[in-house]
Design a protein around this ligand. Structure first.
Ligand SMILES: NC(=O)c1ccc[n+]([C@@H]2O[C@H](COP(=O)([O-])OP(=O)(O)OC[C@H]3O[C@@H](n4cnc5c(N)ncnc54)[C@H](OP(=O)(O)O)[C@@H]3O)[C@@H](O)[C@H]2O)c1
Length: 267
């Protein structure tokens, strides 16, 4: 992966490491020489990576990060390791009309997408400031940039991720810190995300925009996220960059109608 220099024995923590984008981030980090602490409710899939990368260390921690106390527990346990990178990736969505969607699922989503990410960002920024190095990469989304009828709470949670990250990273740059909090903004990827968010076992994935391969997105966004000194957030791929431009310049009523039409056809 180019010029990123990894010190021996450094670790990267990845939440939501068991599948999808988190698993792909673990593999990309291993390829460039990081040891991994993978976190998910069921990390058994990480065994495959242990076999593939026998010279690196892989810790697999089964933890439900929507339980708030687990954030402090994860942080305390991680103090035994020289952690340099934290990727706050665990997350899901609750699709549907707001009047029909489950309040319980949405509150659990807030606990994971917002509260866990917020707590881990703070704890590790403080720790990285003490050490003088380290980087938090928060997984936002292209959903960070507009409200979304029929997927309202998920998009709102990703707007929080983006807003928090951009503000904190600006503080860090203005105070000449070496620590960074970079927000990664993927567009649609073919993962289990869509099954969980629409509450279906085998949701048919539909997208009107070109979908990037998850491993390709992981490699490219990780490279940019680890390298950048000035950027607050990373948009990867020409289609996503074009969509971002469109949502910035088009009248909001047109953006909202387009997102409504895109999201209501999901199920
Ligand atoms: N897929 C997309 O199109 C897309 C687009 C933009 C952004 N994103 C974002 O990318 C991130 C990864 O999503 P994905 O697409 O890779 O989805 P995914 O395939 O469903 O993976 C989600 C990961 O999060 C873990 N997880 C779920 N609930 C958890 C909890 N309570 N505590 C700890 N870990 C938990 C899952 O493992 P367990 O089930 O074992 O806990 C799994 O490893 C999310 O933040 C998502 O919002 C996805």
């Amino acid at each position: 992966m180019g010029k990123i220099k990894v010190q021996p024995n450094r670790y990267a923590i990845v939440t939501g490491a068991s599948k999808g984008l988190g698993y792909a981030y673990c593999e990309e980090l291993l390829k460039i020489g990081y040891n991994i602490i993978g976190v998910a409710r069921d990390c058994s899939s990480l065994k495959q990576l242990e076999e593939k990368y026998p010279n690196l260390k892989i810790e697999a921690w089964n933890m439900d990060m929507s339980i708030f106390e687990n954030n402090q527990k994860l942080f305390d346990k991680a103090k035994e390791f020289d952690v340099e990178i934290v990727i706050n990736n665990a997350g899901y969505g609750v699709w549907g009309y707001f009047q029909d969607s489950s309040l319980e699922s949405e509150m659990n989503m807030v606990d994971l997408n917002i509260k866990s990410l917020h707590a881990l960002t703070k704890l590790f920024v403080q720790e990285f400031q003490r050490k003088g190095y380290g980087r938090v990469l928060n997984v936002g989304s292209m959903a960070s940039f507009t409200p979304a009828p029929v997927f309202a709470s998920y998009y709102a949670s990703k707007a929080y991720v983006w807003s928090l990250g951009v503000a904190v990273n600006t503080e860090l740059k203005k105070t000449k810190s070496k620590v960074r909090v970079i927000t990664l903004c993927p567009g649609p990827l073919k993962t289990d995300f869509w099954n969980r968010s629409s509450d279906q076992k085998d949701a048919k994935y539909k997208s009107t925009v070109k979908v990037m391969k998850t491993s390709v997105y992981a490699r490219k966004s990780l490279k940019s996220g680890l390298k950048t000194k000035k950027k607050n957030f990373i948009i990867t791929g020409a289609t996503n960059k074009f969509v971002k431009k469109l949502t910035s310049f088009a009248p909001q009523s047109i953006v909202l109608s387009s997102v409504y039409n895109y999201q209501r056809k999901r199920k």
